[in-house]
Design a protein around this ligand. Sequence first.
Ligand code: DAS
Length: 348
Amino acid sequence: MFIITASQVQAQDAAQKAKLANVSILATGGTIAGSGASSTTTIGYTAATVGVQQLIKAVPELSKVANVSGEQVFQIASESMTNDHWLALGKRVNTLLAQSNVDGIVITHGTDTLEETAYFLNLVVKSRKPVVLVGAMRPSTAMSADGPINLYNAVLLAADPGAAGKGVMVAMGDQIHGARDVSKTNTSTPDAFKTLDLGMMGYIQGGKPYFYHVSTRKHTADTEFDISGLNALPQVDIVYGYANMNPVALDAFVAAGAKGIIHAGTGDGSLAAKVKPALSNARKNGTLIVRSSRVGQGIVARNGEANDDELDFVVSDTLNPQKARILLMLALTKTNNSKDIQRMFYNY
Ligand code: DAS
């Protein structure tokens, strides 16, 4: 009969742990940490109520794919995420990734602004180690909650050496998306996160990631942006284009001190006749203007729907308005030169 002693079991456990990657889970709130009145409550629940240790305890399988540690950095619904939250999170991520005992990071997050936090981190993380954002479309108390499997997939992705150097990723619904091009495309269904025209990165299947695409744009270790010395980001606001639009919102943002404006225009970033003079005046008074589009897919072409050279505007390329705002905020921490900023929109 083969008898194994307690110390041999401990030695085996230690050997097993030594083989696994160390993944830090940073929890910020959201539906993945949400709870509802019953198992059929998939709307009208409360986001950001379940703590990080409970999230980890609910998925015991995590210990088979990584040595995980949990940290509650915030506990908010992500529609209330602010620049201050982003700066604190970005600095914490960079501090942890600089440690040799941290191999990857998973951030649990609300889905409403998950794509924005992911893109912000894609521009400020100074490491090639994997950073994966994950959320859920159903609260933890719901029947067929997607949070546990999404968290399991996110941790195994962050623990996988093949995930290094690919930029910040989003793991939702068994899919791997790149931070730059993913967006939430549905208010409530579990398949809400999609990378439409530009293609998602791959799948997570049977406990393994499979990669098919990587971004051609600069990110993470190649970034020129540094938030280590920043305590605030320049104010940049978004005006939304629509039929019968007027310049009231634009004028109010400029009067309130916005350093940049993202114009989420109709079509190819078109400017309504009533709004163009106000945009041009704002630019002449020093506000940086970026022409983006409400459409969500496609290139906003320079000198297409407006003479950007003459107006001294920047175009957002394929970045949606909410991501263009993030890049412009970081760009304005380095320069006010519109040509240099346009280069950044073609690089990131
Ligand atoms: N309010 C949403 C948020 O926190 C809930 C969610 O989908 O995560 O983003």
